[in-house]
Design a protein around this ligand. Structure first.
Ligand code: SAH
Ligand code: SF4
Ligand code: F3S
Length: 440
């Protein structure tokens, strides 16, 4: 018998890349690869990359530089670049970094076995097409290995929104929704393998409109309600959403579907109408706030998360104060914030850029406010009893770590048998990034 080859994948970027890395590992399983955690043992190293900000993209080249030594020690080692940098830069990667053997875009990874064979034969392998065929069809059923209690499941890909700052519409292509029957099958298979919580993924997941098994158009709410009927599937989440795609039935589901967890990531990017317009977000700050009111009316204890950008071209002090004011009004439980990073090929990159020190100063002020809000949200949990899905042992002996309904990490002294199960936990202490509790 031949020795299995070893595959090491390093994942950058969003949750969709995490899901894609799993599927790429499965696809290469067919070529005789087994996963390894040790790059120095690998026969193939794949970097699954992110292009969203300049720093993310540059990381890839510095990581490739670090791999030079490994390749020198093992001439059979193949190095591949996958994901959004692969899609955006394609052949340029092969030119800039000759040690790369294989470049594969996010829509082509079902072709990895052929690409791997080409790379093994000594040729350079490149595929950044947006193919006609559906990669999910080609990938087929997922392997039957036992899994941890949480999983991601991609239901929608791509983006038609073209926010003026963002590369995603170019790296992931147009919005496409998977047929609901396939998603239900994949979810059932995950539950059979021990999964109790599924996070539905899409670059614009709430734009999901797929064909249902009945031939009708299913929106995300319908899909969630059908998934919730699967025996053993206890929790559902979805990410990432665009405010303009929050349909009425999805808001309603937050109120009446108990499996849908009280957590929502709903990026707004800015609190200034002028900047929102320049960003091509197609909604105002007031419309976002009214939407939040409706969501909170459906589910009062929902924990809100978001994304914000500071220093977008043309952002004045007054625009930035509008963002601060919106954040104060919303009260986020958790929120990401970024300095605007000009991305080649996007409209906003053509405009005059703000000085770096202005961006840094605004980001620091915004983050101080967001941190204070997060701490307040964590503190507000103390004394409450919440459901916790236990995922793994904690750092202290006898301790388990899990996630609350609101997606907060919770540490609890609990027996190991509880891994994979949900139990009520009374929260007794709060730190900025985790909670401590006791089995209730
Ligand atoms: N599809 C998701 C966002 C994907 S990118 C959505 O629309 O919500 C994740 C976040 O990165 C964005 O919400 C935005 O806040 C940030 N981002 C995207 N492009 C950026 C850029 N050029 N500079 C800084 N932040 C950016
Ligand atoms: Fe990017 Fe905007 Fe699409 Fe989100 S909605 S992926 S920020 S273009
Ligand atoms: Fe990054 Fe691509 Fe995700 S650019 S954020 S890996 S969709």
């Amino acid at each position: 018998m031949t020795q299995p080859k070893k595959l090491y994948i390093k994942t950058y970027g969003c949750q969709m890349n995490v899901y894609d890395s799993e599927r790429m590992a499965e696809a290469l399983g067919a070529s005789g690869y087994v996963p390894t955690d040790a790059p120095e043992d690998a026969d193939m190293i794949l970097l699954n990359t992110c292009h969203i900000r300049e720093k993310a993209a540059e990381k890839v080249y510095s990581e490739l530089g670090r791999l030079k030594g490994l390749k020198a020690g093992n001439p059979d080692l193949k190095i591949g670049v996958a994901g959004c940098v692969a899609q955006a830069e394609g052949e340029e990667i092969l030119r800039r970094q000759p040690l790369v053997d294989l470049v594969v875009g996010p829509q082509s990874y079902h072709r990895l076995p052929e690409l791997e064979a080409r790379a093994r034969s000594g040729a350079k392998a490149l595929d950044t097409d947006f193919p006609e065929e559906d990669k999910f069809d080609r990938l087929g059923a997922r392997p039957k290995a036992q899994r941890g209690p949480t999983a991601f499941l991609t239901v929608q890909e791509g983006c038609d929104k073209f926010c003026a700052f963002c590369v995603v519409p170019y790296t992931r292509g147009a919005e496409v929704s998977r047929p609901a029957a396939r998603i239900l099958d994949e979810a059932r298979a995950l539950v059979d393998r021990g999964v109790a919580e599924i996070t539905l993924l899409g670059q614009n997941v709430n734009a999901y409109h797929g064909v249902g098994p009945d031939g009708a158009d299913w929106g995300l709410a319908r899909l969630i309600r059908e998934l919730a009927r699967i025996e053993g599937l206890e929790r559902l989440r979805y990410t990432t959403s665009h405010p303009n795609d929050m349909e009425d039935d999805l808001i309603a589901a937050h109120g009446d579907c108990p499996e849908l967890m009280p957590y929502l990531h709903l990026p707004v990017q800015s609190g200034s109408d002028r900047i929102l317009k320049a960003m091509n977000r197609k909604h105002t700050a007031e419309e976002y706030l009214r939407l939040i009111d409706r969501i909170r009316a459906a589910r009062p204890d929902i924990l809100l998360s978001g994304d914000l950008i500071v220093g977008f071209p043309g952002e004045t002090d007054a625009d930035f104060e509008d963002t601060m004011s919106l954040v104060r009004t919303v009260g986020y439980g958790q929120c990401y914030s970024f300095k605007y990073s000009p991305r080649p090929g996007t409209p906003a990159a053509e405009h005059d850029q703000l000085p770096e020190d202005v961006k840094s100063e605004r980001l620091a002020r915004l983050q101080a406010l967001l941190n204070a809000q997060q701490e307040a949200a964590q503190q507000a949990m103390v004394g409450r009893t919440v459901g916790v899905l236990f995922e793994k042992p904690g750092r202290m002996p006898g301790q388990l770590v899990g996630k609350s309904d609101h997606l907060q990490a919770v540490h609890v002294d609990a027996p190991a048998e509880l891994v994979g199960r949900i139990a009520p936990v009374r929260i007794v202490k709060a730190a900025p990034n985790s909670l401590g509790g006791e089995l209730a």
